[in-house]
Design a protein around this ligand. Structure first.
Ligand code: FMN
Length: 390
């Protein structure tokens, strides 16, 4: 078989596009409404420049850190994604890749693999939950994750149930079946390798949500779980504090975009926050996460770990985020492209590409340790960040 190594995430995306059906690719692109925030997440990184040195570069570069108490060989964590049907090994492949490369993993409560199986593959697994269902069911979900051995919780709050996309939302069947697949036969036939990979594993893509139920019964279908979540009234900050108190380990709130809310999260007792717009899937038009990062770090950076989440496609992006004050980053689509392109090896490939990119950038700008990165290493254009909230 030809060498499947890819040297950038962009190439992984190209390969993924060729390997998976159009609607699955569309589900990965995602992005709400016109896709303004999704595009800004990556465009904002392109606005940031570096100030390289020419001689005296450090012979070695250090990237090790801890994320919410867990060792990380570089300041990168797998962001939870609920995209199903990308690859038959799904989250197990991602968990193995994360463990092999020494980084923590976030597992979505809408993932296709039970938390017990994923926690076995990666010792540093964090379980992501939504404010969905009644309080007892939320606590039961956390207890199930705890019994599975997960190290911490991620509460994602930035989903606003916006369902329109200017390029059309991909069709999501309630369950994959011959009846459901037939209308999409032409797409699937265009990608025979995709369906063969599933058949070789003796399965077809399913859209059950196995981490949603707690009674050991049959997992709900995607729409059943999604409906429960959508019908649950949004939480107040007092609710968040209550949920946080039900978990006696590391706890992240994912989806912070404003300093006042970052402070509320700190007051609720969280360990970490992710500055995020859900990969451009929250309110369209909100700025890129990297633009709001400096102000948020300035306000709460001494109190909690601050992770940047959105738009990371290269090691140099990680360096930019750390220079602007992030403790670490979460990656979403980057590893999904790798997974779709080449399973576990593809995810490892993406992590290696990011590590090598970080290393080359740190060498070029003359920084030996991630702890020494600062805004002085960057060229930040005027008006890069929105005006501060007064
Ligand atoms: C297709 C897709 C599915 C996602 N599913 C979830 C999810 O189930 N839970 C969650 O907390 N975030 C989810 N996210 C958001 C990601 O965790 C992450 O915040 C986002 O992808 C970061 O942006 P990036 O893709 O540019 O790295 C999803 C994102 C995408 C693109």
């Amino acid at each position: 078989m030809a060498n499947q190594w890819f040297e950038t995430v962009a190439i992984a995306q190209e390969r993924a596009k060729k390997r998976i059906p159009k609607s699955v690719y569309g589900a990965l692109i995602a992005g709400a409404e016109a896709g303004l925030s999704m595009r800004d997440n990556t465009a904002a990184f392109d606005e940031l420049g570096f100030r390289p040195i020419t001689a005296g570069q450090p012979p070695e570069r250090r990237m090790e850190t801890t994320i919410m108490g867990e060792y990380a060989s570089m300041p990168v964590m797998i962001s939870p994604t609920g995209v199903q049907a990308v690859h038959p090994e799904g989250e197990v492949a991602v968990g193995r890749a994360a463990a092999a490369r020494g980084i923590p993993m976030g597992l979505s409560s809408f993932a296709s693999t039970p938390v017990e199986q994923v926690a076995e593959t990666c010792g540093s697994t964090f379980f992501q939950i939504y404010w969905a269902g009644d309080r007892d069911s939320m606590v039961a979900r956390m207890e199930r994750a705890k019994a599975a051995g997960v190290k911490g919780m991620i509460l994602t709050l930035d989903w606003s149930f916006s369902h329109g996309r200017d390029w059309g939302s991909p069709h999501i069947p309630q369950m994959f079946s011959i009846k459901e697949l037939l209308p999409h036969a032409s797409e699937t036939l265009m990608r025979p390798g995709y369906i063969l990979r599933w058949l070789r594993k003796g399965k077809i893509p399913t859209l059950g949500v196995p981490n949603f139920n707690t009674d050991g019964g049959k997992p709900p279908g995607f729409f059943e779980a999604y409906g429960t979540w959508m019908m649950t009234p949004p939480p107040t900050w007092e609710d968040v504090a209550w949920l946080r108190a039900q978990w006696d380990g590391p706890f992240m709130v994912k989806g912070i975009a404003r300093t006042d809310e970052a402070r509320r999260a700190v007051d609720a007792g969280v360990t970490a926050i992710s500055v995020s717009n859900h990969g451009g899937n929250n309110v369209d038009g909100m700025p890129a996460a990297i633009r709001t990062l400096p102000e948020i770090v300035g306000d709460v950076g001494d109190d909690v770990q601050v992770l940047l989440d959105g738009g990371i496609r290269r090691g140099s992006d990680v360096v930019k985020a750390l220079a602007l004050g992030a403790d670490a980053v979460l990656i979403g689509r980057a590893y999904l492209w790798g997974l779709a392109a080449n399973g576990q090896a593809g995810v490892e490939n993406v992590l290696d590409v990011i590590r090598m990119g970080m290393d080359a950038t740190m060498r070029g700008i003359g920084v030996a340790n991630i702890a020494d990165l600062s805004p002085a290493d960057l060229v930040v254009p005027d008006g890069f960040s929105p005006p501060a909230i007064s």
